[in-house]
Write a protein that binds this ligand. Structure first.
Ligand SMILES: Cc1cc2nc3c(=O)[nH]c(=O)nc-3n(C[C@H](O)[C@H](O)[C@H](O)COP(=O)(O)O)c2cc1C
Length: 148
């Protein structure tokens, strides 16, 4: 299965996590990584399984590299029927009421465009004890099993 890891980031953590996931999955899977700021929603393909890794910034907002993608999704309203995706959020429970809100905004906008979300959203808490890959990799293996 072709896997495309797409990250929305403000300070680079989501990019780093995607690179770690790419390396971990590279045996047996074709995996590419791209910044959401370089991706247009209407270029998504039903051939790939998309994994969006997105942080939250400001007061529960999308990080800067995800904003153009989100704007295109909500304003141009492409029909993403046939596109399958999973979402993993990077956040911090210090931001109590807006914990991981960015990844929720992104997932909701993809579902509103008729894309199919596979499995529950994964989340990482930067204030927690575990590093992001320890949570994201087993979460992703489960999503890949569901998607195949
Ligand atoms: C100014 C600022 C605002 C943030 N706001 C939120 C927030 O509202 N909710 C949340 O869950 N995390 C918030 N975070 C935490 C980041 O999402 C977290 O550190 C994440 O790992 C950053 O990933 P990135 O480097 O890919 O952007 C904030 C961090 C900063 C520095």
């Amino acid at each position: 299965m072709k896997i495309s890891l797409l990250y929305g980031t403000e300070t680079g953590n989501a990019e780093l996590l995607c690179e770690e996931l790419q390396e971990a999955l590279s045996d047996g899977h074709e995996v590419d990584v791209a910044n959401l700021e370089d991706v247009s929603p209407d270029a998504l393909s039903a051939e790939a399984f998309y994994v969006f890794v997105c942080s939250t910034y400001g007061e529960g907002e999308l990080p800067s590299s995800a904003i153009d993608f989100f704007t295109a999704l909500t304003e141009e309203k492409p029909d993403l029927s046939g596109i399958r995706f999973a979402v993993f959020g990077l956040g911090d429970t210090t931001y109590d009421e807006t914990f991981n809100n960015g990844s929720t905004i992104l997932a909701d906008s993809l579902v509103a465009a008729n894309a199919q979300q596979i499995g529950p959203r994964g989340v990482h808490d930067a204030s927690g004890d575990e590093d992001a890959e320890s949570i994201a990799l087993p979460w992703l293996q489960e999503r890949l099993a569901e998607a195949s």
